[in-house]
Design a protein around this ligand. Structure first.
Ligand SMILES: [Zn+2]
Length: 157
C-alpha cells in the first residue's frame, strides 16, 4: 500500500499551472495518475493528441474543462468524468471567462501510452501539424516543435 498527499508531490512545467505526477509516488505499475489544476487558458496537454495504446479517464473535481474531441466540443464539469479510448484524439482546456480554476485527476492505462500523435497549429505551415515536445535550449521550460518545418509552436515554463 502507498498513501500520498497531493500537495507533497512537486509540480512539473507544462501547459497546466499545476501538474503533479502521482504515478511514481504511488508506486503504480500499470496505471498513470496525474493531478492537475488549470488556470483559465491552461490545458492538460501540449496539443490535440492521441495515445496509440492508452485509454484516458479525467475526473473533474471542480470547475469546468472543455474538451476538443473527434465528436466536437464537450464540457465536463465538477463531479463528471470523461473517458477516451486508445487512439482517440482529444484535448481538455479550461475556457472559463472568469478566473475559475479547474481541478482534475487524469488516469491512463496502461502506463506506457504507446505512440503519441500531438497536433498543434503551426503558423509557418499554416496548418495543424504533428509536433514533438523538447526541453528549451535555455531555461527550465519546454517547447513544442513542428515536425514538418522545425518551427517552435509553443513554449511552456
Ligand atoms: Zn511547421
Amino acid at each position: 500500500m502507498e498513501k500520498v498527499r497531493v500537495e507533497e508531490v512537486e509540480s512539473r512545467a507544462g501547459p497546466a499551472d499545476v501538474k503533479r505526477p502521482l504515478t511514481t509516488a504511488l508506486g503504480a505499475t500499470d496505471l498513470a495518475v496525474n493531478y492537475f489544476e488549470l488556470a483559465p487558458g491552461d490545458s492538460f496537454a501540449f496539443g490535440y493528441h492521441a495515445h496509440s495504446d492508452q485509454e484516458e479517464v479525467f475526473y473533474v473535481q471542480s470547475g469546468t474543462v472543455t474538451f476538443e474531441t473527434e465528436e466536437g466540443q464537450v464540457e465536463v464539469s465538477s463531479g463528471e468524468l470523461v473517458r477516451f479510448a486508445p487512439g482517440e484524439y482529444q484535448r481538455g482546456v479550461n475556457e472559463a471567462e472568469n478566473d475559475s480554476r479547474a481541478v482534475a485527476l487524469a488516469l491512463g492505462a496502461p502506463q506506457e501510452s504507446g505512440d503519441l500523435d500531438l497536433r498543434r497549429e503551426c503558423s509557418d505551415c499554416g496548418d495543424r501539424t504533428s509536433n514533438t515536445v523538447q526541453r528549451a535550449d535555455e531555461g527550465a521550460g519546454l517547447v513544442t516543435i513542428c515536425e514538418e518545418c522545425g518551427a517552435e509552436t509553443g513554449r511552456f515554463e
